[in-house]
Design a protein around this ligand. Structure first.
Ligand code: BG6
Length: 479
């Protein structure tokens, strides 16, 4: 049912995500008049705040995390905020929460970012408190389980109160402008699609490199690791957008139908096609940083780096490797997709001594948003000693091409879509399950072969085995 909610209930309202992303995003949407005048935002968490206390808390978060030029209407934004303390394990507390939320006949959107152990209790509480029904939709923030089985349990618990068309699973990468731009690049241009297949593409690389380390998330991260924290969700979504067939329409069903087919075509990985690593002390941009085990305070077998050579068993991608890598404490923050095309079938310039390099498309997602297509061009000259060719970039910096619009936080888009009920950029249950299925297969093979992460120095691109993973195919990671 389509409706725009005029109540937004934020679980985890005092948490890190709320401070860094959710409150700043909502304030920015308010400043740009993108949310209805009557939208009320109710925060809940364990902390014992009243409305005024929460507003002060929110003000501090906004001053810290929202650029000053987007804070114009902070005062009126804060008036939208309300707060109700809640222990999710206490069923009775949901009656008070429901009273605080008030009438929901015009629509309620819930944003649930909570520890997995509290999911079932929270859903039961929402049902008991009357905070479910046709006019309520729910957004779910990761982690949604740690494997296929636990993700099914969470999804089943949610499904008891919310049907799939009112369940919005968040992958914040889908809220990023450049990620959405992948669809425009592929499907609003005729240039690429005829070449976008195994006949013309040699391989694809997807890199998500971070310079940060544990960031104090000791409890969570050590139980997750890079494969589950980054590959299971963000990287597989990027892969699905790169590899999917053209959907017939830009809508939630058409796009998600195509993504899930890709995810189901992922081949079970042989352990020799994965490399894992864990950072040791080193330096990031000249600053010394401790090793993972030192930050954690004990030795651990959790991987902070993973590289995978993935394959899609379908017609379009037969024989095209997708090299994925992600890691903490890499030399630079960089998310990018590299599409490496094949050689021209026959070089007419070979007899003239010219060497030609196959074309490459690099899609930079962050920190810089840019698209670079490398093309061969003739070096100017009279060519008495033969023809020389050189690779030249066709470069689009999105920031220059679209100067003007504010760079938005991914959650601005996602919160607005949740409030208005557009599921296109949210992950459907069958996608999540296909993702977990593949990830579980990798983890099972690591366990079977007793694979442990190899150490790498902070500030490097991971263990040397990651380089060997591509080099043995004659491929270099794009750096
Ligand atoms: C989160 C992971 O989902 O994504 C974090 O849990 C990671 O470990 C973060 O740092 C990266 O997001 P972004 O938007 O900074 O690339």
């Amino acid at each position: 049912m389509s409706f725009t909610a005029n109540r937004l209930l934020l679980f985890g309202a005092t948490g890190d995500l709320a401070q860094r992303m959710l409150l700043p995003s909502l304030c920015a949407l308010h400043a740009d008049k993108l949310v209805a005048e009557d939208l009320q935002i109710i925060g809940t968490a364990r902390q014992d705040f009243d409305d005024a206390g929460f507003r002060n808390f929110a003000r501090a978060a906004l001053e810290k995390f929202l650029p000053a030029d987007r804070r114009g209407s902070m005062g009126t934004f804060l008036n939208r905020l309300h707060y109700q303390p809640l222990d999710a394990n206490d069923l009775a507390g949901f009656t008070a929460l429901s009273a605080k939320v008030g009438p929901i006949d015009d629509g309620l959107a819930i944003f649930l970012s909570t520890a997995p152990s509290l999911f079932e209790a929270t859903i039961a509480g929402l049902s008991a408190g009357g905070l479910t029904g046709d006019k309520v939709r729910i957004g779910l923030e990761k982690p949604l389980g740690t494997d296929f089985q636990s993700s099914c349990e969470i999804n089943d618990a949610v499904a008891r109160a919310f049907p799939e068309d009112r369940t919005f699973r968040i992958d914040h990468y889908l809220g990023k402008e450049t990620v959405q731009n992948l669809l425009a690049l592929r499907f609003a241009n005729i240039l690429f699609e005829p070449l976008w297949n195994a006949a013309h593409i040699d391989h694809v690389q997807i890199t998500v490199a971070e310079t940060v380390g544990l960031e104090g998330r000791v409890g969570f991260y050590d139980g997750a690791g890079a494969l589950r924290d980054m590959v299971q969700n963000h990287m597989l979504q990027l892969l699905a957008l790169v590899a999917m067939e053209p959907p017939a329409n830009y809508n939630a069903t058409a796009i998600r139908d195509e993504k899930v087919k890709v995810l189901r075509a992922l081949r079970l990985i042989d352990p020799s096609e994965t490399v894992t690593g864990q950072y040791r002390a080193g330096a990031i941009i000249g600053q010394p940083v401790p090793g993972y085990d030192e930050e954690l305070g004990k030795p651990s077998d959790t991987e902070t780096f993973v590289a995978i050579k993935a394959h899609l068993d379908n017609w379009r991608w037969k024989g095209v490797p997708f090299y994925l890598r992600t890691g903490k404490r890499m030399p630079q923050r960089k998310t990018e997709i590299v599409v490496q095309f094949r050689h021209v079938p026959h070089s007419i310039f070979a007899g003239k001594g010219a060497r030609s390099v196959p074309n490459r498309l690099v899609i930079g997602i962050q920190p810089e948003e840019n698209i670079t297509l490398s093309l061969m061009a003739k070096v100017p000259g009279l060519d008495r000693d033969g023809i020389r060719l050189r690779e030249v970039p066709l470069d689009i910096a999105m920031a220059d091409a679209f100067a003007g619009p504010n760079k938005r936080i991914a959650y601005e888009r996602l919160l607005l879509d949740l409030i208005e009920g557009d599921q296109t950029l949210f992950v459907r249950r069958d996608e999540v399950e296909a993702q977990w299925d593949w990830i579980d297969g990798i983890r099972a093979s690591w366990t079977e072969h007793d694979l442990k992460p190899k150490p790498y120095a902070a500030g490097t691109w991971g263990p040397s085995a990651s380089i060997a993973l591509t080099e043995r195919d004659g491929v270099h990671w794009h750096e």
